[in-house]
Design a protein around this ligand. Structure first.
Ligand SMILES: Cc1cc2nc3c(=O)[nH]c(=O)nc-3n(C[C@H](O)[C@H](O)[C@H](O)COP(=O)(O)OP(=O)(O)OC[C@H]3O[C@@H](n4cnc5c(N)ncnc54)[C@H](O)[C@@H]3O)c2cc1C
Length: 499
């Protein structure tokens, strides 16, 4: 791409320029767009596909993602589309009950198809004022001191202050940025699809009983309305470039189960690998990466979408602050500092789950041992907190254990805490009634509530619900307000000076 710019003059004065262009309208891109719109940031989402993807590949929303939805007032909209299940049995599919007293007001899994989540998040982003253009693929970009010029596949050029690649595992943005994506290539490929069957459920159950112990990458399960979810290994199906066919499924089923169960009328069929990779950097100048563009791993435990949505939640308010002009010097860099280790941990737990799912005698012995250990509630809890994202503690320096963790939803005098976070602002939750947010009141709300269900005097919450400060001293609070929310009294609207 040539270095010619699509705009003349300073970007901030040009109303045709966007603050942020997001490449990709998957769950990560849609969530990020909605978060940025909470702060009036001008957002354009460019999506390669003309229609939303229709395949329902995910387990559902885990506890932390449900909490995020509650924090933005989205949960009531999402709940009717899903089915609640216990927050249990996710780690390597080892069947154990949910640990006792999981510390959340939303301690369940919401089983909900990915297309429904994407649709709801996209709809939410658009309602909040994001522009979404479908059938528009990002092909190239170039950044300079003022912003990023983005070139689409059809040659059109657009200009924004920042570009965020939420364009999935094969991310064009990541590749063009030259950011390394080290890790392991796929060792196993799997076919997955939804289709109808030609035999009764009882026959399937009888034929497949016990087979999951021998074939970890095999199942045929009713999905509702006569449709079955079918998973088979892809070994022997050679052409990776071509989408799998019904014939491929039939052949694999026959070789594993001795029958193809009369599968027919597929709704969708896909193939995925267990490649595990993590971007070396999440930010280069004005270009950032989030979601699968930054990390890929096998779908064990159902974490990828949740991880991406949580990246977006972490990034949204920081990028908005940068654009609005109040971000402290290094705020935007805390995105990588906080989220890269979280992804590293998810990659590691999926590596461990992959080993535990192997059928050799060694891995199976380790699996049996872990199955025993999970009878200890602490072990079970640790693993479930990992998978559901509620065990995350960002490194905010020395302090009580709660510092850097997310605060669970609690009762406050105005209802519930998360109900006060819908606008994506910071919040001082103050049981002393003596403190003030002073010159940060344009960015941080203050709730004085001696009855709040906290066992500390006050907490300062970031817009993502993580605890940024605990204490009761005004001077100390002011120092932390400025650490996270910049200089008092200098907030400007989007379209103001460059971030
Ligand atoms: C079989 C399977 C099961 C899974 N199960 C679960 C589960 O249970 N739970 C879970 O949390 N996760 C699960 N995942 C992972 C989850 O699907 C992904 O992590 C999630 O889709 C990532 O979201 P994303 O928005 O980052 O990327 P994507 O969903 O890949 O979205 C990227 C978007 O960018 C678009 N795009 C690509 N290139 C461009 C371009 N150049 N310009 C513009 N747009 C572009 C794409 O069309 C797409 O819409 C599963 C994955 C698989 C394969």
């Amino acid at each position: 791409m040539h270095s010619q710019q699509a705009t003349a003059g300073p970007i901030e004065r040009d109303s045709t320029v966007f603050d942020v262009i997001i490449a990709g309208c998957g769950p990560t891109g849609a969530m990020l767009a909605a978060e940025l719109r909470l702060h009036d940031v001008r957002v354009l989402v460019l999506e390669k596909e003309t229609e939303p993807a229709s395949f329902a590949r995910i387990v559902g929303l885990h506890v932390r993602s449900l909490e995020l939805m509650a924090m933005r007032g989205l949960l009531d909209r999402i709940l009717p589309h899903g089915r609640r299940r216990p927050a249990a049995g996710f780690f390597a599919a080892i069947p154990k009950p949910a640990p006792k007293g999981l510390d959340s007001a939303y301690a369940y899994l919401l089983g909900i198809p990915q297309p429904v989540i994407v649709h709801l998040l996209e709809e939410h982003a658009i309602e909040r004022g994001a522009q979404v253009r479908r059938g528009r693929a990002v092909a190239a970009f170039e950044q300079d001191d003022e912003g990023v010029t983005v070139e689409l596949a059809d040659g059109e050029r657009l200009r924004a202050r920042y570009l965020v690649g939420c364009d999935g595992g094969r991310s064009t943005v990541r590749k063009q940025l030259g950011v390394g994506f080290p890790g392991e290539p796929a060792r196993n490929e799997t076919l997955m699809g939804e289709m109808e069957v030609g035999v009764p459920q009882e026959e399937i159950a009888a034929r497949t009983a016990g087979m999951r112990d021998i074939h970890q990458r095999f199942w045929i399960r009713p999905f509702g309305e006569g449709v079955y979810s079918v998973v088979v290994p892809a070994e022997g199906i050679s052409d990776r470039a071509e989408p799998p066919t019904l014939d491929d499924f039939q052949r694999q089923l026959r070789s594993i189960a001795g029958t193809d169960f009369g599968v027919h009328s597929p709704r969708w069929m896909s193939r995925f690998g267990d490649a595990t990779r993590l971007a070396e950097r999440y930010r280069v100048g004005r270009v950032l990466l989030a979601g699968d563009a930054a990390h890929i791993h096998p779908p064990l435990g159902g974490q990828g979408l949740n991880l991406g949505v949580q990246d977006a939640f972490n990034l949204g308010w920081k990028l908005a602050a940068q654009i609005l002009g109040w971000a402290p010097e290094s705020l935007l860099d805390t995105y990588q500092a906080e989220r890269h280790p979280v992804a590293e941990d998810v990659l590691d737990n999926t590596r461990a789950q992959t080993e535990l799912s192997a059928t050799g005698p060694g891995p199976q012995a380790v699996r049996r041992l872990l199955t025993e250990l999970m009878d200890f509630d602490e072990v079970n809890r640790h693993l479930i907190e990992k998978i559901t994202g509620i065990g995350i503690r960002y490194d905010f320096g020395d302090g009580p254990d709660l510092l850097g963790r997310r605060l669970r939803d609690i009762d406050v005098k105005q209802g519930n805490l998360y109900g006060l976070l819908h606008r994506g602002r910071g919040l001082l939750l103050d049981r002393t009634g003596r403190l003030t947010v002073g010159g940060w009141a344009d960015r941080v709300d203050h709730l004085a509530d001696p009855t709040a269900g906290l066992d500390v005097p006050c907490v300062l919450l970031r817009p993502d619900g993580h605890v940024a400060w605990i204490g009761d001293d005004q001077q100390d609070l002011d120092a932390h307000l400025s650490r996270w929310f910049g200089t008092a009294g200098i907030s400007r609207g989007a379209g103001g000076p460059m971030g």
